[in-house]
Design a binder for this molecule. Sequence first.
Ligand SMILES: [Zn+2]
Ligand SMILES: [Zn+2]
Length: 239
Amino acid sequence: MNNRMKRISNNIYQISLGWVNVFVIEDNGLTLIDTGPKGSAGKIFSAIENGGKSPYDIKRIILTHAHPDHAGSAEEIKRMLRVPVMAHREDAKIMRYGIACRKEICLTPGLKNWLIYELAIKRSGINIEPVSIDEQLNDHDLLPLLGGIRIIHTPGHTRGHISLLAENEEVLIAGDLLSNTTGLGLCIIYENMAEGISSILKVTDLDFDKMVFGHGRPILKDAGSIMRQTFDNYDYALV
Ligand SMILES: [Zn+2]
Ligand SMILES: [Zn+2]
């Protein structure tokens, strides 16, 4: 497969690995956001090369959460490039033992969700190659990239899930806070559904124009208002 980087904003790119997306931020070298499932390093590197950049310019890895489709290649890439990995402390705690999923799982209602869970998620297993987190990220931290990237702790999908807001580029990297596979909506699984919904509502208060997801297509305009409209009128009785 000829992987490519899709430009989201001036300095943010998306790489689709099929079912899951990872992201590259260009400023002070490259920053890789999420790493895909186990064995994704080659695909990510070739996409970066196809985009005219060098994967050896990756200077740091940020993980939105511990799940195997996001953290599955973190240790492999860290070992290849000798770069630090950053994540929230709650998910750092389990990743260092190679645990990618906690046992508590709420499945979002709906036949499609059940099918994907049974056919894809359950089979991807709950373990990853153990990865030690070099720097722990907390709510409100401001990373010195692109003039400031805000860390937003958005627990629910996992306890240590984070989203990232690139304030100057008005891009929200949502991770699995929600998804946009068949329209903007909840992810398939949450450790704590109520907490996941309050994290979504927390993010609706922020200003951004574009939004990218671990799963599904990016929203490249008016993402903040689309999100507010969707979740102000959401039928929470269904979940
Ligand atoms: Zn996830
Ligand atoms: Zn995911």
